[in-house]
Each structure stands twice: as C-alpha cells, then as structure tokens.
Design a protein around this ligand. Sequence first.
Ligand SMILES: O=P(O)(O)O[C@H]1O[C@H](CO)[C@@H](O)[C@H]1O
Ligand SMILES: O=c1cc[nH]c(=O)[nH]1
Length: 289
Amino acid sequence: MRVIPESELIINADGSVFHLHLKPEQLADRVVLVGDPDRVSTVASYFDTQECEVSSREFHTITGTYKGKRITVVSHGIGTDNIDIVLNELDALANIDFSTRTVKPAFKQLTLVRVGTSGGLQPFVPVGTYVAAEKSIGFDGVIYFYANTERVRDIAFETALKEQLDWKLSGLSPYVVPADHSLIEQITGNDIIRGVTIAANGFYGPQGRELRLPLADPKLNEKIEAFNYNGRQITNFEMESSSLAGLAALMGHRAMTVCCIIAGRVDKNMNTNYKGSLTGLIETVLERI
Ligand SMILES: O=P(O)(O)O[C@H]1O[C@H](CO)[C@@H](O)[C@H]1O
Ligand SMILES: O=c1cc[nH]c(=O)[nH]1
C-alpha cells in the first residue's frame, strides 16, 4: 500500500492538516462551504451546539449541530485554486489514515454544499434570486492537472460552448461539470432556480468587467448571455463551482454550489448590502442538507 510522503500529505505538529488546521475527528460528513471567513460565523449562529472553531489564513471552520445534524462550515476564500486546497484536505481528513499515511480501506463520502454570492447574467435571475449550479463551466484550469477528467465532464456541452462563444482566448479551454444530481434534487426546491454557472478565474476581466484595462474579447459576455444549448442558458458568474463540482466528482463526493445573485450584469445594478439576503439561503441549505 502506498505511504503518502510527508511533503505531499502535510500534517502539522498538532496532528492537523496543513492549511485548514483541522484534525480528522473535527470534520462532519455534511459540509457547508462559503467564500467569506465571516460567513462561517453567520452559518454557525444557527447551530444548536458547537464543538470546535479553527482559523488559519482564509480558512475558518466551525463544526457543530443543527437540528441533530452534525455539520462543518468552512470558508475557502476566493478562487478555484483555493478549492484545490480545501477539497484535497477535506478528502484527506475523511479518507486517509493520518497515522499510517495510507488511504483508508472504507471510503467515506462527504456532502458538500457551497453557499456563495454571484453575478446574474439573465433577466430571469435578478438581484436577490437564488441559483443552483446544475452545471458549472470552468474558465479555470485546476481540473486539467488530474487524470481521467472526461468521466466527470460534459464534453458535448463543452463543444457547443466553444463554438457558440467563438472562443478566442489562447491557453484556456473552458470545461463543463454537472453538480451531483441527487444533491441538486435534495437542496433545490421551487425557491431556487436551476442554472448553468460560470466559475471565472478572476472577478474583473474574466467576468467581462472593464475598469482601465481593455478586454481581449469585448463581446464575450454578450455571447455568454445569448448562449443556448438544448434550451439551457448560462445564468450566473461566480468563482469556485467548477473545481468544486469537478474535484468532488473525481473523488466520489456529492457536491453542488448555490448562490445569491448580488450583481445584476444585465441591468447593471449591484447590492453591496447583500448579507441579509444570504441568510434566507443559509437557512434553506441548513434545513435541507
Ligand atoms: O461570496 P463568495 O462565496 O466568496 O462567492 C463569490 O464572491 C467572491 C468574489 O467577490 C468569489 O469567491 C465568488 O465566487
Ligand atoms: O458579480 C459577481 C458577484 C459576486 N461574485 C462574483 O464572482 N461575481
């Protein structure tokens, strides 16, 4: 059996995993992921009991119970590269024996729901709407570093996407990953729109925002808004759902992202005071996870 070297699975002196600083016994099977470390405290304010709180860099974690369910809420910061760290470390906590550095014989499946904020790309997803990423389009490249990604990607959707967007950006090849179907069914009621979410590898240029720097393809957002594949339209932009769905599917975990729209990219409006509108979504996810 392969023993994972100290430089690959990095365990701190206190027995916790390198970035998250969590120990295996501190992780619940149900995990709520959020971008903002402060949002962790908001989610945990609904908990009936709290067993641990750990902070390290942008990774803030609280494990507790909500109506009898043991739940971990963890922040991942911004970007798909952070998701690579968080997913690998959560999976290691669940599925690698830290004393022998070997993969445990029995696989433990995690349920991972990201609750985020997002920019809306269609008139039917105005500011305040909740949108689940039934499919995620990755403008990032994290997934390409892992083997056998074809088994979790929707290659036909990718082909249609590159054709309709007349993809011009060299060095980048957008990929498409569906969220876990059973989890989408579990979390998404009539109060949440099922959408197609782009995880962009930046907030400004990669989401078509122009401040001082001109864009390489100024028509890209127009093409994104007009895209239609078998009746599916692209609904929103955020920055993590693709690598979350992709890595979780490769590892065998159930994962999805659901976001509250805070920027209306069609009407060009913005809700900077969005924290109140996120609480309804947090309550819904805690009830259904
Ligand atoms: O509010 P969070 O969860 O961070 O989500 C969104 O907000 C951040 C950008 O402002 C990105 O992380 C994006 O995915
Ligand atoms: O427009 C937005 C708003 C929140 N998060 C994003 O990534 N984009």
